[in-house]
Write a protein that binds this ligand. Structure first.
Ligand code: URA
Ligand code: SF4
Length: 207
């Protein structure tokens, strides 16, 4: 099956990890995407935010959460009292998956499959091991399933502090909706307030 494992170095820290991830061919997603979008932030970050996969802007710029969803997330974090610059930000899947309605037309985000998410999991596991955050903010269903398994339901656990064993480490997690879901919501303001409220729970858990 697909897996990133043979590409993940077992030493060298975040710098070595990022460099190696640029050459990952652990699943087919590297073929169509522009580049690997690895996590960003300090190895000493107290909080790790985990999204789904890079979007169009992230794929072009090579950095996570720099597009519209990222702008909204930064605003919500600041409002909740979490400095976005002090967080480590990454995604469950490191390559952009997309379709086009017609050749040459705009690229439309496509959700990664369970196989692709599993294949990319070793990168996320390595990031977690190196950063060792005090708290994980889970942004949406893909990240939740990647960390906690297929039974994860964001609506059931959002805004709560979970304690789970992940890759042999006891982790505290606060799940919330994905910022892209806020952008798509019928009542955007209510969805945004909900995101901020969940992030306030995360801020309190961080202390
Ligand atoms: N959505 C994500 O899940 N991650 C990004 O980096 C951008 C948008
Ligand atoms: Fe490797 Fe993940 Fe990209 Fe697949 S999506 S090629 S596993 S980095």
């Amino acid at each position: 099956d697909y897996t990133a494992t043979p590409f993940v170095p077992d030493r060298g820290g975040l710098t070595a990890l990022r460099k190696a991830a640029a050459n990952c061919r652990g699943c087919p997603l590297h073929r169509e995407a522009t580049q690997t979008v690895f996590g960003q932030g300090s190895a000493n970050a107290r909080v790790m935010l985990i999204g789904e996969q890079p979007g169009d802007q992230e794929d072009r710029q090579g950095r996570p959460f720099v597009g519209p969803a990222g702008k909204l997330l930064d605003r919500a974090l600041a409002e909740a009292g979490i400095d976005p610059a002090e967080a480590y930000v990454t995604n469950a899947v490191k390559h952009f998956k997309f379709t086009r309605s017609e050749p040459g037309k705009r690229r439309i985000h496509k959700a990664p499959s369970v196989r692709e998410t599993k294949a990319c999991g070793p990168w996320l596991a390595a990031e977690l091991a190196l950063v060792g955050p005090e708290l994980i903010v889970v942004l949406g269903a893909t990240a939740g399933k990647a960390l906690l398994g297929s039974s994860f339901r964001v609506t059931q656990v959002r805004g709560t502090v979970l304690e789970e064993e992940i890759h042999g480490r006891r982790e505290r997690l606060v799940p919330t909706v994905h910022p892209s879901a806020v952008l798509r919501a019928d009542d955007r303001e209510a969805a945004y307030r909900g995101l901020v409220a969940d992030l306030e729970t995360a801020a309190r858990a961080l202390g």
